[in-house]
Design a protein around this ligand. Structure first.
Ligand SMILES: Nc1ncnc2c1ncn2[C@@H]1O[C@H](COP(=O)(O)OP(=O)(O)OP(=O)(O)O)[C@@H](O)[C@H]1O
Ligand SMILES: [Mg+2]
Length: 315
């Protein structure tokens, strides 16, 4: 399994000591080292998926909220985290009006369970702050608190969806680097593809192991998505040596637009619509590519919080 590290066999307590310690010393040191040896070397964590784009408005939040609904319906314990620091909107798309957000959580004014909300379609949301300029550039302390909260969530959920803001703001890049997978949402036109390539280049320079899945949204003619992907993947392979994976295309569809407050996502209101079916196919492919979208085993020092801290040093 991805990132799995076989646990070390704890040493037997009957291992003879070679030290020259007396019986009391042996007992004390034995217990100390015993504790260290039997400390867990691996743990179960949710699969974390960052939804990113270069250009703004490509459909990240639409995709992230739709995926959250579909994963919830396929019995995956899923939490959507609105990481569009300062300009969050997933709560509107999921039909909830939270009073507490990431802002209070990171300021230690509320607990994780107080901030989490269950949306009418089922998936839970960790809402972001909207229109709070200070939150657009979280401090180092806030980022560390954020990493800690993500780790707490990852320990109990199966999938964490991280809906990012567009572009390459430091907090956005950091969240992308810490995720297991990056779903890059683009559109078929050249400006969006160029910006998507910029994200691949910038991320791959910082983390050569970054794994990208590409979604082409707002496709007018069936098949245009795959053509756009081929252009993108050829450039990425030739210039930065990165292999991208194609997740699928989503049609340009007026029905996607949520026109009034409280309106629920299309996948919930009309699951049989062609766009909803395209989203379902996308989730199925994601499950195949991302190891079933379940908890997976990670070495103790390779969890989401550790990855966050590690990448933070290079930004
Ligand atoms: N497949 C689609 N067909 C038609 N409209 C769409 C489609 N996908 C998204 N949209 C519309 O495009 C707009 C932008 O979508 P969304 O907010 O999801 O983008 P975003 O990438 O999250 O934007 P931002 O970069 O600002 O966070 C919304 O009005 C949404 O309804
Ligand atoms: Mg968005």
């Amino acid at each position: 399994m991805e990132g799995a590290v076989p646990g070390r066999q704890p040493n037997s307590s009957s291992t003879p000591s070679r030290g020259g310690l007396g019986p009391r010393g042996k007992g004390l040191f034995g217990r100390l080292f015993e504790g260290m040896r039997s400390a867990p070397t691996s743990k179960q964590e949710a699969t974390t998926i960052a939804i990113a784009s270069g250009k703004g408005g490509t459909g990240k939040s639409f995709l992230a909220t739709s995926l959250a609904v579909l994963l919830h319906r396929s019995q995956r314990r899923t939490v959507l985290v609105d990481c569009d620091f300062g300009l969050a909107c997933d709560h509107l798309l999921l039909g909830v009006r939270p009073t507490l957000t990431l802002q209070q959580l990171l300021a230690h004014q509320a607990t994780l369970d107080q901030v989490l909300v269950t949306s009418p379609c089922g998936p839970r949301l960790l809402p972001g702050a909207s229109g709070v300029r200070r939150m657009a550039t979280p401090t180092d302390k806030e980022l560390l608190a954020f990493a800690q909260e993500l780790a707490t969530l990852a320990a109990r959920e199966e999938v964490l969806l991280l809906d990012l803001g567009a572009g390459i703001a430091p907090a956005t890049v950091l969240t992308m680097l810490a995720a297991d997978w990056i779903v890059l949402v683009t559109q078929p036109e050249i400006a969006a593809l160029v910006d998507a390539y910029a994200i691949v280049k910038c991320t791959a320079q910082l983390n050569e192991h970054a794994k990208f899945l590409v979604v082409v949204n707002r496709v007018g003619t069936p098949g245009r998505g795959e053509l756009a992907f081929q252009r993108l993947t050829e450039v990425a392979r030739a210039h930065v040596g990165v292999q991208l994976h194609y997740l699928g295309e989503i049609p340009d569809d007026d029905a996607v637009m949520q026109q009034r407050l409280g309106q629920l996502p299309l996948v919930a209101t009309d699951p049989a619509a062609p766009t909803s079916r395209a989203l379902l196919a996308l989730v199925e492919r994601m499950q195949q590519l991302c190891g079933g979208l379940r908890q997976r085993e990670v070495a103790g020092d390779l969890g989401i919080s550790a990855r966050f801290r590690q990448h933070r040093l290079f930004l």
